[in-house]
Design a protein around this ligand. Sequence first.
Ligand code: ZN
Length: 322
Amino acid sequence: MVDVLVIPDGGAQPPRNGVPTAFEAAPTPVLDELAADGTVVRVATTPHGLPAGSETGISSLLGAPPRARVGRGWVDAAAYGVEVPDGMTPWRADLLYRSGKRASIRQARDACVHLGRGAHAVSGHRLVLVAAERPASIRLLGLHVLVWPGGAAPEGEVPVETLVVCARGAAAGLARLLGARVVVPAGATGDVDADLRAKAQAAIAALSGRAERVVVHVGGPDEAGHRREPEAVIAALARLDRELLAPLRDAVSALGGRLTVCPDHGTDPITGRHDPAPVPAVVWGAGVERAGPSRLSERSVRSVPAIAPEELLRAGSGAVAA
Ligand SMILES: [Zn+2]
């Protein structure tokens, strides 16, 4: 059976009194239809003790939940093809202004010239620093090189043949490291300007291939959340509904398959930080009963017991009490 999972990265938000979350505010007729007809659940995508983030949440949703903190450097090195010699470790670093504003790719390239061998400007403000020990965070050219904490390389393997449609970023790196195939369609930027119709087409094309599971990752909501732009998160979810979920729903329905929508974690658009709270999700399609709240939102699932991400595959068939 065709099984499609859509991950709106950082799409969930901590509910605040009197303020609708992006899931509550965004016009999402397709998501509303899936929620009304399918099973709405609450998913603990961030295992206890691990940091909320794509390294944790996407691994969990792919069916290979990490047991220890994942080093983002390993993920980005895999995503961008950075070679890591034996005995060395890739470290993720950001190039930022003092205000936290992100530097440009040009500034990142200049910084790498100064940092010397082992420094790679991989995308935008993102650097991968290959070194034996964790490099210090430093000031450079009036900017800050902020080195992320280390961690293990992702371990484990996706349990079923999986194809991931995504931008060249964390989702691609994790998918490769966990043994999934990766398709990066043209126009996949990892941000709010991504061509979501192209992602839908790539996913639909993959449905007739070998993959048992097709996963579509959408980075826009998380990026807008980090920029602390609540309206942009709402717009990103509305566009995801129109340009990605609508064609996927039709294709999955025609093939008698299942469609799941689940964020990898929350991102708070007020603080710009990730949120480890369990997220709302929906499973819809063949053999899925109507269960749980009839709308998908952080508040609607508040009293629903959280399930593990690997249970999502079984959710909706009566195996999970929702
Ligand atoms: Zn993020």
